[in-house]
Write a new protein. Structure first.
Length: 111
């Protein structure tokens, strides 16, 4: 009698792609100015993706897999600085799901 046993982890590739930022619009703002809409262009933005502006998650609208937007409050740009912007795709959950994935940061200048 011949007995064959196979083992596998059931994992072949991530269920969520790494988001990537190619451009911020605008790329800068004047310190102390009012709120503004930030457009983030790139690739692999998933439904439910969020923009983090200087480490704070902002309410985000996913326009497409290559464009997301968020209103940045005036309180976030009160003083001159260079801050980081990232986009995070949500995790897929489930037993073999993947956790959230975050893009490489891009700098935004507050003049």
């Amino acid at each position: 009698m011949l007995l064959a046993v196979g083992l596998g982890c059931g994992y072949s590739r991530p269920k969520s792609s790494m988001p990537a930022i190619s451009q911020l619009s605008p790329a800068s703002a004047a310190a102390g100015s009012g709120q503004f809409q930030l457009e983030v262009d790139g690739s692999n933005f998933a439904s439910g993706a969020t923009i983090q502006f200087n480490g704070t998650s902002e309410t985000t609208t996913v326009v497409s897999s290559s464009k997301v937007t968020a209103m940045i409050p005036a309180s976030a740009i009160m003083t001159a600085a260079t801050v980081q912007v990232t986009v995070t795709n949500p995790g897929t959950g489930g037993i073999y799901g993947m956790g959230s994935v975050t893009s490489t940061p891009m700098n935004f200048t507050i003049n």
